[in-house]
Design a protein around this ligand. Structure first.
Ligand SMILES: *[C@@H]1O[C@H](CO)[C@@H](O)[C@H](O)[C@H]1NC(C)=O
Ligand SMILES: *[C@@H]1O[C@H](CO)[C@@H](O)[C@H](O)[C@H]1NC(C)=O
Ligand SMILES: *[C@@H]1O[C@H](CO)[C@@H](O)[C@H](O)[C@H]1NC(C)=O
Ligand SMILES: *[C@@H]1O[C@H](CO)[C@@H](O)[C@H](O)[C@H]1NC(C)=O
Ligand SMILES: *[C@@H]1O[C@H](CO)[C@@H](O)[C@H](O)[C@H]1NC(C)=O
Length: 604
């Protein structure tokens, strides 16, 4: 009997391998309506090659999540016992059967096993294939799509399928249905002319503003006009802190959309605002063909803002700038592998593959949540959870458009669903809505109030994580009866979690001094404060903070977060939400008080 069934199995296997794959019944995996602004241009040439990424399911992800919450909860006995690279890889490894089936399928399409590029846990596999082959594999048809306003182009499809026997063994295929809209969260750069100090001006400089939570309870009133390194050190009670763990501790920043940080501008900024740091620089890591020409006239505002503040506030902690490729124009005639416009996973793979990634990383980019296909958003978010389990703190800007969609003209703000139904609702920002990252909103002025553009609200994709349930409930309970029915999802993940100053930051760009604002300024500010807290912990022999949110919500009432209680974030033709006592969806739990946070994190 045994021999017989073995023969039978072999025959069956041969049949499957011999059968032309297009005859295998396919089942539709995902269908989307492309985001507004994208127009189908022409069929993609069959011989142009694309990098096709496939995500295999992570059957034990819930196990990883359990570990993540235990090691991130300051009241749990495992707090700070982060997982090793190998432990994380084991917990997200695909089932061997998924690996086998996917490999066999790829081989049956003429792709040699040696050409597969796998993620460290083997949960992603990347192959370079001609469009024609990808079309056969996914039973679809690729087109060149063009984004009308930006002129960006991408090879995409609106629907893809899998052979039935693979249906449960692949979760994401990219590029397929993700039409990138990744935008940086920065308001425009304004060059400010030098104003010679007047007598009246000089007088106000002599007095100071009383702010109980600030360093020595006082802040220089000039910080109401121009934010500098010194202002942030005063406001967030961090003045005088000098990091010492420069051999262990590192802070990272990510740059997308061809932006790189200019080193000459950094030196000008340091000379102006952080003289001790003049002569120091940072390490550049290029992922997937990111730009870094150092041509002064091509310096990126976002990248310069991030480096000048994150590295200026943490000097002499070593800094890393990740320049991530992902959106060069597609040169169809060149027939070289086209870039996939994949903004996050390549970076996540790099970080997960690294034995000692930076412990704190700030990102000031995001997409409208609804333009990111759910399957992709969930997988990338799970990747962030893996970094949290490894002990990495991830900070993301919450967005610069209040509850709205970022259309600069309020008259034409769309604020409608992308699913063909055109239902009006608020537009949250991804990855800020991923429950495994810390999302950073914006404030302005001293004493601080919420800035009106601070992105915030509730995810339509991710449900409220337990760590913030109580804080979110308290906010929802104080909302006036019948507030914004249908416009937001009261059972969604509320964001942001925390906030910081977001306007009138003095930066140097292309050799010129100017002002810049946005939650882009807030995220690197908070990241710098977290990095310095990590420095203090490492100096005391404690592990880094890792995933922050369970800690932040537990210490909500400790006085280490300055509750912001005024301001609102209009959008979509509404006044948005109000900053309130306690958590709110525009400033989160409030702004950090470094001194008090340091006392707390050295006790756990
Ligand atoms: C998932 O975890 C269970 C129990 O912890 C283990 O038996 C199983 O082998 C794991 N599965 C994979 C695919 O690693
Ligand atoms: C500081 O702010 C004031 C008031 O907005 C402005 O006039 C001045 O130019 C700013 N200083 C710098 C150095 O940008
Ligand atoms: C620097 O960038 C500018 C603007 O893009 C360009 O005109 C110039 O040729 C570049 N310089 C060099 C040396 O590449
Ligand atoms: C939704 O909006 C799109 C783009 O503005 C339009 O083409 C489509 O007809 C609308 N659909 C409905 C059901 O109103
Ligand atoms: C915000 O506060 C104003 C003034 O108190 C109030 O009229 C309004 O209803 C509040 N809006 C929300 C969404 O809570």
């Amino acid at each position: 009997m045994k021999v017989l069934s073995l023969t039978f199995a072999l025959v069956l296997a041969e049949c499957i391998l011999a059968a032309p794959s297009k005859d295998i019944a396919h089942k539709v995996k995902e269908t989307v309506i492309p985001p507004r602004g994208w127009k189908k241009h022409s069929p993609a040439p069959k011989d142009v090659t694309i990098e096709l990424r496939l995500a295999l399911p992570q059957p034990n992800f819930s196990e990883l999540e359990k570990h993540l919450y235990e090691v991130s909860d300051p009241t749990h006995h495992r707090y700070g016992e982060h997982l090793s690279k190998e432990e994380v890889e084991e917990l997200v490894a695909p089932h061997p059967e998924s690996l086998r089936l996917v490999d066999e399928w790829l081989v049956s399409h003429g792709l040699p096993v040696e050409s597969f590029i796998r993620s460290p846990a083997q949960d992603w596999v990347k192959i370079i294939v001609p469009v024609g082959v990808a079309e056969e594999m996914l039973d679809t048809e690729y087109h060149l799509w063009v984004h009308e306003k930006s002129g960006k182009s991408a090879i995409r499809t609106t629907s893809w399928s899998l052979p039935e026997f693979l249906f449960d063994h692949i979760e994401v295929a990219h590029p397929t249905t993700y039409f990138p809209s990744t935008k940086s969260m920065t308001a425009t750069f304004h060059i400010s002319p030098d104003v010679p100090p007047t007598e009246a001006n000089a007088k106000t400089l002599l007095s100071s503003l009383d702010v109980p939570s600030a360093h020595n309870g006082q802040v220089d009133p000039e910080c109401n006009n121009n934010i500098t390194i010194s202002c942030l050190q005063q406001i967030y009670n961090m003045k005088g802190y000098v990091p010492t763990q420069t051999h262990h501790n590192r802070i990272g920043l990510t740059g997308y959309l061809e932006q790189f940080a200019n080193i000459a501008d950094l030196q000008s900024f340091y000379a102006y605002s952080r003289p001790e740091a003049v002569g120091s620089s940072f390490n550049v890591v290029d992922i997937n063909g990111g730009q870094n020409s150092q041509n002064l006239s091509e310096a990126g505002v976002e990248a310069n803002l991030d480096t000048q503040y994150a590295f200026g506030l943490t000097f002499p902690t070593p800094g890393t700038f990740f320049t991530v490729g992902g959106s060069p124009p597609i040169d169809i005639d060149n027939h070289t592998p086209t870039n996939t416009n994949e903004p996050y996973q390549d970076w996540v793979d790099y970080m997960l593959g690294h034995p000692n990634p930076p412990q704190t990383v700030s990102t000031s980019y995001g997409d409208d949540e609804q333009t990111v296909p759910e399957s992709y958003a969930r997988r990338v978010c799970n990747g962030f959870a893996q970094l949290g389990a490894r002990g990495v703190s991830l900070l993301f800007s919450s967005g610069d458009f209040g509850v709205g969609d970022g259309n600069p003209d309020p008259e034409t703000q769309v604020c409608q669903t992308n699913d063909g139904r055109n239902v009006t609702r608020f537009i949250p920002t991804f990855p800020a809505t991923c429950p495994f990252v810390t999302s950073v909103g914006g404030t302005i002025k001293i004493p601080e109030v919420a800035v009106d553009f601070s992105g915030g609200g509730f995810s339509h994709l991710f449900s409220t994580p337990s760590y913030q349930q109580e804080a979110v409930n308290a906010f929802l309970q104080q909302l006036p009866e019948g507030t914004y029915p249908g416009l937001f999802n009261p059972s969604g993940r509320g964001f942001p979690d925390i906030s910081a100053q977001s306007e009138r930051f003095i930066v140097f760009v292309g050799g010129q001094r100017g002002h810049v604002g946005g939650t882009s300024a807030s995220a690197p500010t908070v990241a710098a404060i977290i990095s310095n807290l990590n420095d203090a912990r490492l100096a005391h022999g404690l592990p880094p903070l890792g995933f922050l949110n369970p800690l932040l919500y537990k210490i909500q009432h400790s006085g280490a977060l300055n509750d912001i209680t005024s301001g609102n974030n209009p959008g979509c033709g509404t006044q948005g939400f109000n900053a309130t006592a306690g958590w709110d969806p525009l400033t989160g739990l409030g702004t950090p008080n470094f001194g008090k946070l340091k006392d707390i994190v050295l006790r756990h």
